[in-house]
Design a protein around this ligand. Structure first.
Ligand SMILES: [Zn+2]
Ligand SMILES: [Zn+2]
Length: 179
């Protein structure tokens, strides 16, 4: 579990203006919410450039994550690989004056202890859609019988609709009259 990666940016970039680093971070060490799982480590490529008031970080990462579909609740694999460009500012950010250009800017509290795991976790959370779907056309779960409608299409809702339609009620009334 002690698979934390802290990077001493100050040291790493004391002489160099630019460094490139590769990491393999165990998925558990990212401490993500329990809906997330993965059998693979997260592979990370970091490019760091020293700037006047901080560090420009470009992170390329590869991660195949299992999350729960928000409709049918089945776990499915989602590719969350991608690139994140973040400016780590060593100066406290003034509100309203955010960012350099269109770079996402974060305040870096300790440049001798940049927490890579934390950084990756945030990026994975940001990249996960609010309502992950195993498939755009996922049919979800039947609210009546609880079946996963992708696997067991049922006609509960149709039946329910028929039962509640005004014509069904009318039918009943008419039946009652005939008696
Ligand atoms: Zn689904
Ligand atoms: Zn049903």
């Amino acid at each position: 579990m002690s698979n934390k990666h802290y990077i001493n940016l100050k040291n790493e970039l004391r002489k160099e203006k630019f460094v490139q680093k590769e990491y393999e971070v165990s998925f558990e060490s990212l401490d993500l919410p329990e809906e997330y799982s993965s059998s693979e480590d997260v592979k990370v490529n970091l490019y760091i450039i020293k700037e006047k008031n901080g560090y420009a970080v470009s992170m390329n990462f590869k991660s195949d994550v299992q999350v729960e579909c928000s409709r049918c609740l089945e776990p499915f694999n989602m590719d969350l690989s991608g690139t994140s460009n973040v400016f780590l500012s060593t100066k406290k950010l003034e509100s309203g004056k955010l960012g350099s250009g269109d770079l996402d800017t974060q305040y870096l509290e300790d440049e001798e202890k940049f927490d890579l795991n934390d950084f990756i976790r945030e990026e994975i959370l940001v990249k996960t859609p609010m309502k992950p779907l195993c498939d755009e056309n996922c049919k979800g779960i039947c609210p009546i019988c609880g079946a996963n409608k992708n696997e067991n299409p049922c006609d509960c809702e149709k039946k329910e609709k028929r039962k509640n339609s005004p014509f069904a009620k009318l039918q009943k009334l008419l039946e009652g009259k005939q008696k």
